[in-house]
Every structure is written in structure tokens, then in C-alpha cells.
Design a protein around this ligand. Structure first.
Ligand code: ACO
Length: 329
């Protein structure tokens, strides 16, 4: 009998810049305070890339962390590098090609842009490559230097974001491990609620904008709560499971209230949710792989666990997946 080829995550690594800004640090140069930020978002600190630290540097550091965990040979045979990012070092060449070059990989390389769910989208591409036989070993990275795009005069967005990177290796694993479901969606109608453009007029109110993040927080909040509920339920169903079968919920780390609403809707207890938003803020594509790495380090994931991943972001886009952890190195 021929076995179904199933892709899974076999190695991980993560990195966050050394520089940290607490809510109190922010309140020294903008009209905000720890109480407002922490009660509305759950964020207490965020890691911020240094002036000479870019998305490619963060991505490389996450892969170096992977090598530290599994040995340098972990990268042997990598035949594709995907970097999901909203903040590439340049329009071109791709950040992924910079990573490929740093590690001298004999691999293809490209960037993927799907806002915060970008890393889950990259996971889906890696899954398709591996399960179709196009690639054997895909490095799927989420890396973000979002604070370089922030308008530090806009307190409603500046307090939310941080920088970081997470790297995952995707390759074939044996049953019962691997990716069991993948839900991907987009609604471009809502693009006007969250965007960053180099120059031009605001889609919302016609004001001149330069290069910063522009967000209608309330609309994004409503969208996020709705789509986190629907897409997680779809992902669990597609995997042929129930909420009770989920061992750990690893959501996009944008806002603790959004995470809690999704958790309650799924009927999951607090101990089944990974929360890192307090330490990192929203670092977009890096948030889920970084949270996964934390959960592994904290001994919260064991072989055979069913993980539920979900993310939402600009586009508007969303992605959810269930995978069974294991079959690892
Ligand atoms: N400090 C103090 N006060 C502030 C701050 C701040 N940093 N920011 C805004 N305020 C003020 C506002 O000016 C407003 O004052 P007003 O009532 O006098 O006008 C008041 O606080 C309330 O503002 P709201 O917008 O109503 O606050 P809300 O409770 O909606 O929370 C928030 C705002 C946290 C941004 C919330 O809407 C949210 O989390 N939205 C989702 C954002 C998100 O997840 N984005 C990431 C998407 S992922 C991606 O693709 C990047």
C-alpha cells in the first residue's frame, strides 16, 4: 500500500532583537501609558531592531538558532527558502535570497507577502512543495522589522508592534504526524483598514502619507475576532477533529483580548493557549513561529500533540491550520 506523503515541521528556531522598549519607555516620548496599553492589548514590552539590523539579519539569526538547537547539518538538503515578510530589506532582491546566500544553500528562494498570516501561508506553500515532491526540505521563515515602518507620532499604532523572526523546516513526516488542515482566505475589500505605502494619499481620509503603518484599529479588531472564530472551527473540522482534541492553541500575537475571545469561543482552557504578546507585541509573520519556539522551550509541546494555528492581518487575510507535532529530528 502506498503511504500518503505528509509534510510537517521538523525543526524550529527564533530570534528577537536585544533592544527592548517597555510601555513606560514609550510613555517618555509619546502620550500613552502602561495602563492603557496593557489593558487594551496585553502588550508590556516589544523587541526593536537596531538601526543596522534588518529583516534579513533577523531571519539569519533565527536560522542560526535552529542550527544551534539541531546542529549545522540541519540545513543539509534544503532546496527552497521562503521568507514571509511585510518589511523586506529591499523591493528586490528577495530577503530569502539573502538568507540562501548567507548559508550557501543550493536552493531556490523567494519572499511571500500575506501580512501577518504570511508565515502560515509560507507553511502552506512548503506543504504543497513537499507533498507534491517538488521540494524535499523547505525553510519557511517569518521575519519582520516592522518598527522601521512605524510612525512614532501615531500612538494608536506605534505601541502595538515589535520585531523578530521565526524559522521552521518543513519536510515529509510519517503518519500520524504532520499538517492535517489548511484554511487560507482574503477579503481585499478591507484593505483600506490596515496598510503601509511608500507615498500617496490615505485611502481612509485623503491625507498625505509617507512610509508608515496606517490602521483602523476598531475595524481590524472586529474582523480579527470574527475570522479567528470561523477559520479555527473550519481548520479543526477539516482535520477531522474536535476542539477537545486540540492540545495547544498557537494564535497570532496581536492583542490578548482577541486571543482570549477566540479561546473562549473554542472552549479551550487558558493553559492550552500560548501567549507571548506581552513580551514581543505584534511582530507579524514572526509571531506564530516565535510563539511555537517558546512553547517548545517551555516543554509545552510533545510528540503527537495537535496544534491549532491561526492568524489574521492586512489584506485583509487570514490563515488557520491544525498539525500534529512530531516526526521531528
Ligand atoms: N495610549 C493612550 N491612549 C490611546 C492610545 C495609546 N497608545 N492609542 C489610542 N488612544 C486613545 C484614542 O485616541 C481614543 O481616545 P478618544 O476616546 O479620546 O478618542 C481612546 O484611546 C480609545 O481608542 P480606541 O481606538 O477606541 O481603543 P480600542 O479599545 O479600540 O483599542 C486597539 C485600540 C488596541 C488598537 C484595538 O482596536 C485593536 O487591538 N485593534 C486590532 C489591531 C490589530 O490587531 N492590528 C494588527 C493586525 S495584524 C497586521 O497585519 C499588522
Amino acid at each position: 500500500m502506498t503511504k500518503t506523503l505528509r509534510a510537517g515541521i521538523t525543526a524550529i528556531g527564533a530570534y528577537a532583537p536585544a533592544k527592548v522598549l517597555t510601555n513606560d519607555d514609550l510613555s517618555k516620548f509619546m502620550d500613552t501609558n502602561d495602563e492603557w496599553i496593557s489593558t487594551r492589548t496585553g502588550i508590556r514590552r516589544r523587541h526593536v531592531a537596531a538601526d543596522d539590523e534588518f529583516t534579513s539579519n533577523l531571519a539569519v539569526s533565527a536560522v542560526l538558532d535552529m542550527q544551534r538547537r539541531y546542529g549545522e547539518e540541519v540545513l543539509e538538503g534544503v532546496d527552497m527558502v521562503i521568507v514571509a515578510t511585510n518589511t523586506p530589506d529591499a523591493y528586490f532582491p528577495s530577503t530569502a535570497a539573502m538568507v540562501q546566500n548567507y548559508f550557501s544553500l543550493k536552493a531556490g528562494a523567494f519572499d511571500l507577502l500575506a501580512a501577518c498570516p504570511g508565515w502560515v501561508y509560507a507553511l502552506s506553500v512548503a506543504q504543497a512543495y513537499v507533498e507534491s515532491g517538488i521540494c524535499k526540505k523547505v525553510l519557511a521563515i517569518g521575519s519582520e522589522a516592522l518598527t522601521k515602518l512605524i510612525d512614532w507620532n501615531d500612538r494608536s499604532t506605534a505601541v502595538l508592534f515589535g520585531d523578530g523572526a521565526g524559522a521552521t523546516l518543513v519536510e515529509a513526516v510519517e503518519e500520524p504526524f504532520g499538517i492535517k488542515s489548511m484554511i487560507l482566505g482574503a477579503d481585499g475589500e478591507g484593505g483600506k483598514y490596515l496598510y503601509a505605502r511608500a507615498t500617496g494619499k490615505s485611502l481612509l481620509d485623503g491625507t498625505e502619507i509617507t512610509d508608515h503603518v496606517y490602521m483602523n484599529g476598531r475595524e481590524v479588531f472586529k474582523f480579527a475576532v470574527r475570522v479567528m472564530n470561523t477559520s479555527t472551527i473550519e481548520a479543526i473540522e477539516q482535520a477531522g477533529l474536535n476542539s477537545a482534541d486540540i492540545s495547544l492553541f498557537v494564535p497570532h500575537q496581536a492583542n490578548l483580548r482577541i486571543i482570549s475571545a477566540a479561546r473562549e469561543r473554542l472552549g479551550l482552557p487558558e493553559e492550552k493557549v500560548v501567549v507571548t504578546v506581552d513580551e514581543y507585541g505584534n511582530n507579524s509573520t514572526a509571531s506564530i513561529p516565535l510563539a511555537l519556539t517558546h512553547a517548545v522551550d517551555g516543554g509545552r509541546i510533545k510528540s503527537g500533540d495537535n496544534l491549532l494555528l491561526v492568524s489574521f492581518g492586512a489584506g485583509l487575510t487570514w490563515a488557520a491550520s491544525v498539525l500534529t507535532w512530531g516526526g521531528t529530528k
